[in-house]
Design a protein around this ligand. Sequence first.
Ligand code: NAI
Ligand code: 2PC
Length: 314
Amino acid sequence: MGSAPPAFIGAEEVEKHLPRASLLLPALEAALGNFSSGPAGGVVQPLRTVLAVPGHGGYLGVMPAYSAADDALTTKLVTFYEHLKDSPAPSHQATVLLFDPRNGSLKAVLDGSVITAKRTAAVSAIATKLLMPAFAEVLCILGAGVQAYSHYEILTELFTFKEVRIWNRSKEKAEKFASSVHGPVRVCSSAQEAVVGADVIVTVTMAAEPILSGAWVKPGAHINAVGACRPNWRELDDELMKNCFLFVDSKEAALTESGDVILSGAEIFAELGEVLKGTKPALPEKTTVFKSLGLAVEDAVAAKFVYDAWSAAN
Ligand SMILES: NC(=O)C1=CN([C@@H]2O[C@H](COP(=O)(O)OP(=O)(O)OC[C@H]3O[C@@H](n4cnc5c(N)ncnc54)[C@H](O)[C@@H]3O)[C@@H](O)[C@H]2O)C=CC1
Ligand SMILES: O=C([O-])C1=[NH+]CCC1
């Protein structure tokens, strides 16, 4: 007898079984710690392969991971395209393949776009909890796309801000964001207006040049730098990169993929997993940047969570 055919779990089903990104927090915290523990942590994850699609401004990322603690073996395939202005396709699209680690059988094909939005925001929330200043009052989001929504949702669920501000390159998109989310959001006309005085800043744009200047940043603020995942792309300027304590998801990835890290020459202080394990301090009173690139093990954790919930319901 052959093994059962793989399940296909589309975006709506993923959303149904993962209604809030915060459901992933305990498993993601453990996985980040395991990732930063080397082979003893039981995470096997090579640096992702990212290939350019010449002439189309696109990239295909291949992200395999195995996590012993989660009993999860996955590969995410993610495409991201720089200039899709007149296309109905989203800039990022993803699929996650989930295998049975015992025998290699394919168990499920899951929509990866919702997973990517939620696990990325959940990891930023973990960084924020550890690194933001005490009594943070103002949240600022630069960018108004998919990640802006998922970051807004989890950060306002977990923390209480007196004010949330948004800036986007096209103001209409920022206004649409402000009128779609549940709480009050102030739409700002410039990135500087949004950033000055903010305690927590999230950069979630497709920018390839800096959109956040260190000169605007309040000392002690925490920044989740989520965009700029190519070695020649930037969201943060040198002044900020050189005057912050820099935390990353993966040192190897940051030194290979992050233009903000490579081109500024900024020194990496710690991986987030090292802080979670207690081998490096968090320094919430300092100006901190968490440079997020996205780890395959985060997708493994999220896909396993969704698959287990889906299996229990089917
Ligand atoms: N660290 C991680 O794990 C992940 C990072 N990302 C990154 O997060 C960023 C946001 O992703 P999504 O929200 O899915 O993209 P999106 O396409 O939905 O939104 C991008 C936003 O950036 C704005 N934008 C585009 N070009 C810009 C420019 N040159 N300057 C300023 N703003 C610009 C757009 O108006 C839009 O509001 C991207 O850089 C993406 O690669 C995405 C997934 C995972
Ligand atoms: O981790 C991820 O899926 C991505 N990081 C940057 C683009 C997509």
